[in-house]
Design a protein around this ligand. Structure first.
Ligand code: NAD
Ligand code: UGA
Length: 475
């Protein structure tokens, strides 16, 4: 029977749960949306009065939160209560790669999803539609359904469930726009009435022809496949970039030339420092695990190559910096411009900057790191022990000489003092507006600009008496 949803509970107030539910609340004022999480700190930040303190930075998100929060959008840790009140529960928790046991290093760890399913099973009241929003391996819906339906006998008659797959395709940095104008919304499931209820929500702002329906397994696999194809495309262009550097070609020109072929298309062809983000690597490794599990090692090897290549490419960039700086960066200062895995997000998960900074620190370099949105504590966590021991804050000890390790610079110009090189790792707009003439005056010469994102104007850099390396530029 079709159910008009009035109350949603989303478990997981992260990069997906937070923005997704905020947009649903905004587009569906008739629905009460409760986003719940076990992380009290995260919930407190979502509830912070000063919108600058929201736990996730996404352009435009703060204004929508401001419009809806306290009206039909609520953030809390009262998980049980809101499951009980909900007609529809979204599971939007983390599904990282397993660290130990069977499938370690490849399979997704479904621990958190399983906990959610058990909680929903226990606290749901009446009929509940459960939505897989997290990215999950094929056939996870079966596991969720089994758990949901294994309640104690007494409750069994009073509770019923439908499970749908509704993977999220938003990209960080453009989440709000991706949610408001999605290329498609994918719904996989068997129950026509449950599908209708979910469709009814999206139809408040998404045209019907963009809402695709598949069986549940196709929906789960389509999500993994989309990420695998996107990541493969980046590894493809980065591989050609490396070849360009050795042959005198220019990867931007090659990308333009192939991108005009409508079958290939022009998007997602920017060579960079290697893909990062919480999902590409994790989802491909999951695909690798599944392929092996289903007895298809050739398929597994094919996809594993994409991840292997990406790692090689990140190391290639750090090696190249060392090579250009006369084979050693020991006790040399290098400015790192950008630490997030892409622009317009404060997320650093799997950021190429982490591997590249670690490589340079291992070579003895002293790093001056700038990022407009990533906080110092996060960098400290990402660079681990190796850096923490030597870590100082630039504001606390401006005048002291750094022996080793890294410092966070709050302003871009603080990064150039006595550095031998500036390495651009994230395509933040402000880095395309750097006054290189001025920067050059602070740097130790001969000095280099390494532009792993192709965002500087080459002439400006060269005119400032600086050497320039650009990714994929062999010209
Ligand atoms: P995240 O780590 O930012 O957020 C997950 C949240 O779930 C955390 O705040 C955690 O505390 C909470 N949580 C875990 N177990 C819980 C429980 N039992 N009860 C309540 N809260 C719990 O993760 P994310 O980036 O939002 O990703 C979530 C899922 O969405 C993943 O499967 C991911 O692959 C997928 N996805 C992510 C993106 C993205 O851009 N980040 C895009 C599409 C899909
Ligand atoms: C990606 C997908 O684009 C989303 O559709 C998907 O929902 C999401 O993963 C997910 O499942 O988590 P995201 O990782 O947020 O989104 O960001 P992307 O824009 O895809 O960028 C991923 C990485 O590739 C970044 O490090 C980015 O800098 C890099 N990239 C992207 C390039 O190096 N070149 C490009 O041309 C595009």
């Amino acid at each position: 029977m079709f159910m008009k949803v009035k109350n949603i509970c989303c478990i997981g107030a992260g990069y997906v749960g937070g923005p997704t539910m905020t947009v649903i609340a905004d587009k569906c004022p008739h629905i009460k949306v409760n986003v719940v999480d076990i992380n009290q700190n995260r919930i407190d930040l979502w509830n912070s009065k000063d919108l600058n303190f929201l736990p996730i930075f996404e352009p435009g998100l703060d204004q929508i939160v401001k419009r809806c929060r306290g009206k039909n959008l609520f953030f809390s840790t009262e998980i049980e209560k809101h499951i009980a009140l909900a007609d529809m529960v979204f599971i939007s928790v983390n599904t990282p790669t397993k660290k130990k046991g069977i499938g370690a290093g490849q399979a997704s760890d479904l621990k958190w999803v399983e906990i959610c399913a058990r909680q929903v099973s226990k606290y749901a009241v009446g009929h509940t539609i459960v939505i897989e929003k997290s990215t999950l391996p094929v056939r996870t819906a079966e596991v969720i359904k089994t758990i949901l339906e294994s309640q104690d006998i007494q409750n069994k008659k009073q509770k019923t469930f439908d499970v749908l797959s509704n993977p999220e395709f938003l990209a960080e940095g453009t989440a709000v726009n991706d949610l408001i104008s999605p290329d498609r919304v994918l719904i996989g499931g068997e129950s026509d009435s449950a599908i209708k209820s979910l469709k009814d929500i999206y139809q408040n702002w998404v045209p019907e022809n963009k809402i695709l329906q598949t069986n549940i397994w196709s929906s789960e696999l389509a999500k993994l496949t989309a990420n695998a194809f996107l990541a493969q495309r980046i590894s493809s262009i980065n591989s050609i970039g490396a070849l360009c550097e050795s042959t005198g070609a220019d990867v931007r020109e090659v990308a333009r030339a192939i991108g005009t072929d409508t079958r290939i298309g022009s998007k997602f062809l920017d060579s960079g420092p290697g893909f990062g983000g919480s999902c590409f690597k994790k989802d491909i490794l999951n695909l690798v695990y599944l392929s092996n599990y289903f007895g298809l090692p050739e398929v597994a090897n094919f996809w594993e190559g994409v991840v292997r290549f990406n790692k090689w490419h990140q190391h290639r960039i750090s090696k190249l910096v060392v090579k250009k700086l006369f084979g050693t960066v020991s006790e040399k200062k290098v400015a790192i411009l950008g630490f997030s895995f892409k622009a317009n997000t404060n997320d650093t998960r799997e950021s190429a900057a982490i591997q590249i900074c670690r490589d340079l620190l291992a070579e003895g370099a002293e790093l001056l790191i700038h990022d407009p949105k990533v906080i110092e504590k996060q960098i400290e966590l990402d660079l681990g022990e190796q850096a923490i021991n030597n870590h100082k804050n630039i504001n606390e000890s401006d005048s002291k000489v750094i022996k080793s390790g890294w410092e966070k610079c709050d302003k871009i110009d603080q990064c150039f003092k006595n550095v031998d090189a500036a390495l651009i790792l994230t395509e933040w707009k402000e880095y395309s507006e750097i006054n290189w003439e001025l920067a050059s005056k602070s740097m130790r010469h001969p000095a280099w600009v390494f532009d792993a994102r192709s965002i500087v104007n080459p002439e400006d850099v060269r005119n400032a008496n600086l050497n320039l390396w650009r990714v994929g530029d062999g010209s």
